[in-house]
Design a protein around this ligand. Structure first.
Ligand code: NAD
Length: 331
């Protein structure tokens, strides 16, 4: 039987989730969106099983799964309402802009025995998955040093950036909460949680906004040392994560959709695996995995606790950049 999936917020990522849950072939999708023009367009484009302007009304229809795709400052309140109404939960990143309310959300999720995951979609990338599996098997020994380099021309991919959540930190905007968070979460998934950070962040280039669009961050993930360099205005769209271990080095390249390894000192990179992906593919995979988690046949790809940990890192990076000092991430 199809899962009844409610998408909350039909903006850029909400529309993608809507389409990608439909592409699983295992979901009847409904929508809750406060903007009436958007509601009309989406209900004309997709065959929706319901379309609502109000969350309470949408939840009264008893969806099995709610996917929270609104700006980040709304995520916790809406998530609690969804779980209280009996829905399993997939929440877009970042989990929130603050830590308030998360204990309550965890409590409600446990009490109602619901499945809850955070949509850090890189965890569904088959190449990152493959590289992580190699580290987990111990192929390269203990990880020691991580270098993340990432950039893209954000206005090209998100022309509306001047009018959305991105414009303010309070709504989850700026490079740290919007983009860096994906990479921090991915690295935490492979080498463990970030424990301390120092950062330099600045608005350098994007017109019409004043949030940081460029960030350099150094971090400790326990004993592992890491450096992250990210901007949202360079010409090529590229991201790499290089991990140096005791017995070799690996690199994930998002743009080429592949991962590489070099096992001996002085050795050249060898491609370990590669694939071709359409833009929706990771999101369809994420939707499939969420539905499998709900069916009890697989774990969620990113737990609420892991989402909270990455949120703590976001907040620590903002503090480190603003006060120009090291900040412990804390627990
Ligand atoms: N995983 C990814 O790759 C990815 C990509 C883009 C955005 N995101 C995240 O997804 C979230 C949304 O981003 P977006 O780009 O879709 O933003 P957006 O501005 O395009 O869409 C947000 C939508 O939520 C609607 N909304 C606001 N309040 C609402 C409410 N109370 N009830 C119902 N709908 C409401 C707005 O009208 C809007 O249509 C953010 O947290 C963002 O960081 C994730």
């Amino acid at each position: 039987m199809a899962h009844r999936v409610l998408i909350i917020g039909g903006g850029s990522i909400g529309e993608r989730h809507l389409r990608c849950f439909q592409k699983t072939g295992a979901a009847d999708v409904s929508l809750c969106e406060i903007n009436p023009e958007l509601r009309t367009r989406l209900s004309e484009t997709y065959s929706l099983s319901g379309c609502f302007g109000d969350l309470a009304e949408a939840l009264a229809a008893k969806p099995d799964v709610a996917v929270v795709c609104t700006p980040a400052q709304l995520h916790i309140t809406q998530s609690i309402a969804c779980v209280e109404a009996g829905a399993h939960l997939l929440v877009e990143k970042p989990l929130s802009t603050k830590l308030e309310g998360i204990d309550e959300l965890l409590r409600v999720v446990a009490e109602r025995r619901r499945i809850a995951g955070i949509a850090y979609v890189l965890r569904c990338h088959p190449m990152l998955w493959g590289m992580r599996a190699a580290w987990q098997r111990g192929d390269f020994g203990r990880p020691l040093h991580v270098t993340v380099v990432s950039g893209q021309h954000f206005p090209l991919y998100r022309p509306a950036y001047r009018t959305i959540y991105y414009t303010k930190r309070a709504t989850g905007g700026g490079a740290i909460q919007d983009a860096l968070t994906h990479l921090v979460n991915a690295v935490e998934w492979i080498v463990g949680p970030a424990t301390a950070v120092a950062a330099d962040a600045q608005h350098l280039a994007l017109e019409g906004v004043d949030v940081e669009d460029t960030v350099n961050m150094i971090a400790r993930h326990g004993r592992v040392m890491a450096t992250y360099s990210l901007n949202q205005h360079q010409a090529p769209n590229e991201t790499s994560i290089t991990i140096v271990g005791e017995r070799g080095t690996t690199r994930y390249e998002a743009d080429a959709s592949r991962w590489l390894a070099a096992r001996e000192p002085g050795a050249a990179w060898e491609v370990q695996d590669s694939c071709t992906l359409e833009r929706d593919d990771l999101f369809v995979e994420q939707a499939r995995r969420m539905l499998s988690a709900v069916a009890g046949t697989a774990p969620v790809t990113c737990t609420l606790e892991e989402g909270r940990q990455t949120l703590r890192v976001n907040l620590a990076v903002l503090e480190a950049a603003d006060h120009r000092r090291w900040v412990d991430v804390g627990a």
